[in-house]
Ligand binder design. Structure first.
Ligand code: SF4
Length: 700
């Protein structure tokens, strides 16, 4: 498919695979992997291979703006003028009556960087509130805190090219075989070529990734910090540490040593529920390797102690000196295609663009000056879950939801539904009429989807790619930047008169100048003609930067990496009790994406895991008199779901697993995993505790 094909990037996970797009004689889109792309070298996973169905099938698309004057009225089709005038009128009136902090925007890691940038500029610069947060808060905000506190900035130090240079991988709290398949394929290919390469997986479930590993530590959920510290202790005891790196390039080692030596290996093995020898073996594989990579995702981040888990894991890279070297480094895998781009433009309630800090007055002044506004509010905005709490209490009156479906993806959904019902004004800007959140919308704005607009994205390894517009959006759907700029102008803000998307990109690039994420020498022309680039790209003809910190100079004031000491080694979730004796952990399945508004409409993607089922260990099932295929009711303090049970020792005794994708519209009414999950968050990252909920399971 090389003739007449155009290059783009997959719109699903943070791996960021290159795609070739071509149209057939009937103008239908066809896709295949780009053989020249540095990430996937022609490979695509099942989701990527079926992206054309999502584009070609417009039967579920939102085609026209819709509005209702009150919740008792149905939504009616209106013109764009009517829709955006109404939005501006309501936002002006709410802000006048209740102040700027009474409105908020909830955006997405699937937004393109230009969209993210404009939404942030609008909210933080012009509406005068920091109430803008993203669904990336639910995925990787704990990793952001981990990187910032360890290296001085939210900077992923590593590249995919390091995979082929590593000889030991520690994959923890992630199932890349299903959730980052092409990345995992590269690890598999590397091991096929070099069988001595070792893979360790730490996960309470025996996932496909764990089955492929040389060593699987099937820990009790929530005991990760104890386990990483135990590995650290063993490395210290065996002298498998890099003293030169620790002495010259880090701070805080003494406190680290003190913490990890407090718990014996034997005690750690007992607390984590793993064999002592496996802890020793994991430590020895890491310590004796020349190049060691750790990889993690939601299993660590989505925890009430998520930042502490990140600290404990990052510390293993520091004691072994495995940072800024070929084939080594700590690698947080982003779940969404542009979670990283969102981080760059400050797409969270506590961040500012170009990695500047909201709590730093000088940074606020610089950003305000760049945007030509008097000031940026010093008050941190509501984070994802806080925003919905504020809707529930009435502190937040109006919310604008872009490219995300919180009525399925947030924790404690019965409460989220109450909050949305309580809101005075809900705007939903989306591509799909299947988004469950539409039920609560007062205003619906149809957005253009993948291939229907241009812009850029950044994948997990800091690689920026340009996505061209290749097809027309159906009906009256418009690109998100266009909708936001149109709204901003109706609010009276003159700084949103852009000629095109490229101008927005250039403005953002100018803002990066002189920072650690400088891309001032990366314009659309280079991206279109030369391909993708890893930031920083800070000089004329700069080729991009594969690996950070090769000079061992970190972005902290002392230029040293910091050992951060977890304030607790134990979990702080609500523990199992007599009423709720099992631990529920949630996650993704191989062929579905988030709340299934896209993958859910591709029949062939439903065959692998057609319906949500509760995975339960046979010994727990025996005690509860549950057999294969029985319908069970799972209850937590928050709600309940009814699903079929499947008996498998892939989950350890005492643990059950339920996938998170299914919502009301696309599944049965009562199988949403997030009816059960707790609205508890990590105190530093504000990331929810999706991976640990005390539940009861009964025959229904
Ligand atoms: Fe798309 Fe991720 Fe699959 Fe690559 S691995 S094709 S980016 S879903």
């Amino acid at each position: 498919m090389t003739q007449n094909s155009q290059k783009s990037t997959c719109s699903y996970c943070g791996v960021g695979c290159g795609i070739l797009v071509k149209k057939d004689a009937n103008d239908k889109v066809m896709v295949e992997g780009d053989p020249d792309h540095p990430v996937n070298r022609g490979m695509l996973c099942s989701k990527g291979r079926n992206l054309h169905y999502v584009v070609n099938d417009t039967s579920d698309r939102l085609l026209h703006p819709q509005m209702r004057w009150s919740r008792s009225h149905p939504l009616e089709q209106v013109s764009w003028d009517t829709a955006l005038d109404r939005a501006a009128q309501v936002f002006k009136s709410v802000i006048k009556q209740h102040g700027p902090d009474s409105v908020g925007f909830y955006v997405s890691g699937q937004c393109l960087t230009e969209e993210y940038y404009i939404a942030n500029k609008l909210v933080k610069g012009f509406l005068g509130t920091n109430n803008i947060d993203t669904n990336s808060r639910l995925c990787m905000s704990s990793a952001v805190v981990g990187y910032k506190k360890t290296f001085g900035e939210d900077s992923v130090p590593i590249a995919y090219a390091d995979i082929e240079l590593a000889d030991c991988f520690l994959i923890t709290g992630a199932n890349p075989a299903w959730c980052h398949p092409i990345l995992f394929r590269r690890i598999e290919q590397h091991k096929e070529k070099k069988p001595d390469v070792k893979i360790i997986v730490i996960d309470p479930r025996r996932t496909d990734s764990a089955m492929y590993a040389d060593l699987h530590l099937q820990l009790i959920p929530g005991t990760d910090i104890i386990l990483y510290n135990a590995i650290g202790r063993r490395l210290l005891e065996r002298g498998l540490i890099d003293k030169e790196f620790i002495n010259n390039h880090t701070e805080g080692f003494a406190s680290y040593k003190e913490q990890v030596t407090k718990t014996s290996l034997k005690e750690a093995a007992r607390l984590c529920g793993v064999p002592l020898n496996d802890i020793k073996k994991a430590a020895d594989l890491i310590g004796l390797s020349k190049a060691f990579i750790s990889m993690w995702a939601m299993g660590l981040n989505q925890s009430v102690v998520g930042t502490n888990k990140n600290f404990a894991l990052l510390n293993l890279s520091l004691i072994t000196g495995q940072v800024g070297k070929p084939g080594s480094g700590p690698f947080s895998l982003t779940g969404q295609p542009n979670a990283m781009g969102g981080r760059e433009v400050g797409g969270m309630a506590n961040l500012l663009a170009v990695h500047k800090d909201l709590m730093n007055p000088e940074h606020r002044r610089e950003v305000a000056q760049f945007w030509g506004v008097d000031e940026i509010s010093p008050k941190p905005g509501y984070t994802a879950t806080e925003m919905f709490e504020a809707l529930e209490t009435g502190k937040l009156k109006a919310i604008w939801i872009i490219c995300t479906n919180p009525a399925v993806s947030l924790p404690d959904l019965l409460r989220v539904e109450k909050a949305l019902k309580n809101a005075r004004f809900v705007v939903v800007q989306d591509i799909s009429n299947k988004a469950d959140t539409l039920e609560y919308a007062d205003l619906v704005l149809p957005a253009a989807g993948w291939l229907e607009k241009e812009g850029t994205m950044t994948n997990s390894e800091r690689r920026i790619s340009y996505l061209p517009k290749l097809v027309e959006a159906p009906g009256e759907a418009r690109p998100d930047v266009e909708i936001l700029c149109d709204f901003a102008k109706r609010m009276g803000f003159k700084a949103f008169n852009y000629y095109n998307t490229e101008e927005i990109y250039q403005e953002y690039c100018a803002m990066t100048k002189g920072t650690h994420i400088d891309i001032s020498f990366l314009n659309y022309d280079r991206l279109k003609t030369e391909g993708t680039f890893q930031w920083p790209v800070n000089e004329y003809r700069h080729p991009g930067t594969a690996r950070l910190f090769e000079d061992k100079k970190f972005y902290t004031p002392s230029q040293k990496a910091i050992f951060n000491i977890p304030y607790t080694i134990t979990n702080r979730s609500i523990m199992p009790s007599e009423s709720f004796p099992l631990i529920l952990t949630t996650g993704r399945v191989r062929d579905q994406w988030h709340t299934m508004t896209k993958t859910g409409k591709v029949s062939r993607l439903k065959t692998h895991y057609p319906k949500p089922v509760l995975e339960i260990n046979p010994s727990d099932a025996f005690v509860l008199n549950i057999r294969e295929g029985y319908i069970v009711e799972v209850s937590s303090e928050n709600g309940s779901v009814r699903v079929k049970a499947t008996l498998t020792d892939n989950v350890r005794k005492g643990v059950v697993f339920l996938p998170m994708h299914w919502g009301k519209k696309l599944g049965q009414n009562l199988n949403r995993a997030n009816n059960l999950t707790q609205n508890m968050v990590d105190p530093q990252s504000k990331e929810p505790d999706f991976k640990f909920t005390a539940v009861r399971v009964e025959n229904y």
